[in-house]
Design a protein around this ligand. Structure first.
Ligand SMILES: Cc1cc2nc3c(=O)[nH]c(=O)nc-3n(C[C@H](O)[C@H](O)[C@H](O)COP(=O)(O)OP(=O)(O)OC[C@H]3O[C@@H](n4cnc5c(N)ncnc54)[C@H](O)[C@@H]3O)c2cc1C
Length: 472
């Protein structure tokens, strides 16, 4: 970097983040700088997973794309690790750092809705819930995941599997274009015509290539849905039948089946607390009467323990998962091609054997619109997989970790079938072999070549990292 560029950034210093340097830098950005001595530091460094307790040297709540470019330059020039944060829900803890810089997008919440074209430009500090509530006021939606507090930045760049997956596909299937800032600070608009290689890579390749500041999404008419939670007793027969019914259902219906001990919630009869149940989240995005018909077969699989499935405005579905807090959790995720009776028995067996405070197996039935996109059209290559499963153990004390890590490993190994594969956004800190499972076949080589083009020095490395061949 030339001296005049350094001066422009306030980087005229010997040590990268001494007081003088930070003073100079702060006068160049619109956003807020937060440092360890600041009162708001502890709140600002916190991420969704409470067990991830890191101490960045500097947190910058950026105000605009120019700030983003300046923070990228600071990281590049100082050599400090750069964590990029939208909603802070990274399963692997990638949105914070010990001793590095956090580029926090959470103040960038601009949203422009084009009601005629059914599109929206959204800044990446918005959460899925905030975006959904705002566009939902017009009876419109773009699909994200099952939790409103997740940031649109991370979920979109990884793929986005949620309540509309069978009807409208992944979040990236509704991504029309993006505005990004590259590792060398350049502002790019990427779409099918402009930088199509980068547009392909950011649809599934995560934060490896650039910092996204705005996304343009397609909006669908999704107003009143039939949705909510259905709780059934979880015998292996009911699990198997539930999954079969969810596959046979019209693609307007997307389901997420959580098989777990019944939580001690007021609406669950006390004698059933701790009994294995399917706590299913269901969303039928279509006509209400057809939705009631589609949900009816699930109500006959067993006598429902709780039935909260009803017509609701789509944004209300996020109330189901509001306020979740997780301290310690071990988790693994795999794609599956069958869920038969034997597998349902294995699920019951493993859940009953867990000593965790809460053990859960989650099955999402895929297919529909998501499966109609060719596997090589985006960097999310798992289009043909029929189910996505995740197993998790929530526990209290860090010293319990080895027991629960062993449990999730054994459980996931038992479930594994066909080609290995994992959804990058459900991947913890599980090593390069698992990152490669997220990008099967030629996807990895293609991503590595694009990485070499846009981030040759691997500035964006705090993620499920794709190194270019030159970086090996
Ligand atoms: C409770 C919970 C529920 C979830 N449910 C679902 C679900 O139903 N479906 C689903 O698909 N996923 C789900 N996820 C996974 C979720 O999609 C990922 O954890 C995602 O990365 C979170 O996005 P975030 O912006 O909140 O996270 P952050 O921690 O802020 O970001 C995660 C990573 O994404 C990258 N990143 C984020 N924003 C940007 C940006 N603007 N530019 C460049 N890189 C960026 C960075 O590498 C960062 O480290 C869930 C996660 C949690 C914790």
């Amino acid at each position: 970097m030339a001296d005049n560029q350094r001066d422009a950034l306030g980087l005229h210093m010997d040590k990268p983040l001494d007081e003088r340097a930070i003073g100079g830098f702060s006068s160049k950005v619109q956003g807020q700088l937060i440092r360890p001595q600041d009162e708001s530091y502890d709140e600002a460094r916190a991420v969704f997973y409470g067990e991830i307790d890191r101490h960045p040297a500097l947190i910058i709540r950026v105000a605009d794309a120019t700030d983003v470019s300046r923070v990228i330059a600071l990281a590049r020039e100082s050599g400090l690790e750069l964590a990029v944060r939208s909603g802070g829900h990274s399963v692997a803890g990638h949105s914070t750092t010990d001793g590095g810089i956090v580029l926090d997008l959470s103040e960038m919440k601009g949203l422009e809705i084009d009601l005629e074209r059914h599109t929206a430009w959204a800044q990446t500090g918005l959460t899925a819930g905030e975006y959904t509530a705002a566009v939902g006021a017009h009876g419109l939606a773009t699909g994200f995941g099952d939790t409103g507090s997740v940031g649109i930045g991370g979920i979109t760049l990884g793929g986005g599997v949620g309540f509309l997956v069978r009807k409208h596909g992944l979040t990236i299937d509704d991504l029309i274009s993006a505005e990004v800032v590259t590792a060398d600070g350049e502002f790019l608009r990427v779409d099918a015509e402009s930088h199509p290689d980068l547009f392909w890579a950011i649809r599934g390749g995560g934060g490896n290539f650039a910092v996204a500041t705005r996304f343009q999404y397609r909006l669908h008419e999704v107003d009143t849905i039939v949705g909510g939670m259905l709780m059934l007793p979880a015998t292996s027969d009911v699990i198997h039948s539930f999954v079969a019914a969810a596959e046979a259902a019209p693609e307007e219906l997307s389901t997420i089946a959580n098989i777990m001990p019944a939580p001690p919630m007021p609406f669950v009869p006390a004698e059933l607390h701790g009994q294995l149940v399917i706590m299913a989240m269901m969303a039928y995005a279509g006509d209400v009467e057809a939705g009631e018909r589609a949900v009816a077969p699930f109500r006959t699989l067993a006598t429902p323990i709780v039935d909260m499935v009803e017509p609701m405005r789509y944004p209300e579905i996020y109330k189901l998962t509001e306020g979740a807090e997780v301290a310690e959790e071990a988790a693994r995720s795999v794609f599956l091609d069958t869920v038969d009776g034997g597998m349902a028995e294995a699920i019951v067996h493993h859940l009953q054997a867990s000593s965790a405070q809460m053990a859960v197996a989650q099955i999402r039935v895929l297919g529909g619109a998501m499966a109609r996109v060719p596997a090589d059209a985006t960097a999310f290559a798992h289009r043909g997989r029929r189910f996505m499963a995740a197993v998790g153990a929530v526990y209290e004390r860090p010293d319990e970790a080895p027991v629960h890590e062993a449990w999730v490993s054994a459980f996931a190994a038992d479930l594994r079938q066909g080609d290995p594969g994992v959804y990058v956004n459900f991947l913890g800190d599980e090593g390069e072999g698992r990152i490669r499972e997220a990008y099967p076949g030629s996807t990895w080589e293609r991503l590595a070549a694009i990485k070499a083009r846009y981030d040759p020095t691997n500035l964006f490395r705090l993620n499920q990292n794709i190194r270019s061949t030159a970086q090996d």
